[in-house]
Design a protein around this ligand. Sequence first.
Ligand code: SF4
Ligand code: SF4
Length: 206
Amino acid sequence: MRYPKLRELKEAITAFIKKPYTSKFPYEPHSPAKRFRGKPEYSNTGCIACTACALVCPARAIEYRDVVTRGKATRKMILHLDECHYCGQCSALCTTRDDNPPGIKHTTEFDLAGFDRAEMVSTTDEKELALCEVCGDVITAKAHLQWVAKKIGVLAFSNPTLFIASLKAMGFSEDISQAARDYMLRSDRIKVLCAKCRRKVTIEKF
Ligand code: SF4
Ligand code: SF4
């Protein structure tokens, strides 16, 4: 048992000479490591409001608020920092994690204590929602549809919801989809539709 004793002695001498690994925070500022998982923060430009982060959050710290009223259909992502346990699932599984900027990422900010829970949030701006043209249900955020259409390229033309969303993003929109409807067989398919209504017009009416 001599070896462990010598090893402990070596560690004691090294620790005595070297500086401690711990920092003196809060008496001195602390700089966390580069990959430290601190406060998760949304990016307004990177987030497409797809809600994947809310689905994978094990602490259910993320909610999304859809507001659908006459003339307004928006979604806002809200992350409650007081419920978050900084596991990193939201950023690791964010749909746009490989984009620049990604929808959500961890900052190295860690001194997050506060007195007002309502202020302890990270949010996005309100993002416009795409609604089904038949039943009015929420499909997803328009930015999400456009992201998917861009990702799959020409394949988006096999899905009217996706290609109409892309056309609208380019500023063409109503005229083109209306023109397509006027001349096409099964023009009821050339609409922005939720999954249920798409199934109805594609299968049940076939
Ligand atoms: S883009 Fe990322 S951050 Fe935004 S809602 Fe989707 S998963 Fe969450
Ligand atoms: S870091 Fe983990 S707990 Fe916090 S919001 Fe993201 S997924 Fe949820």
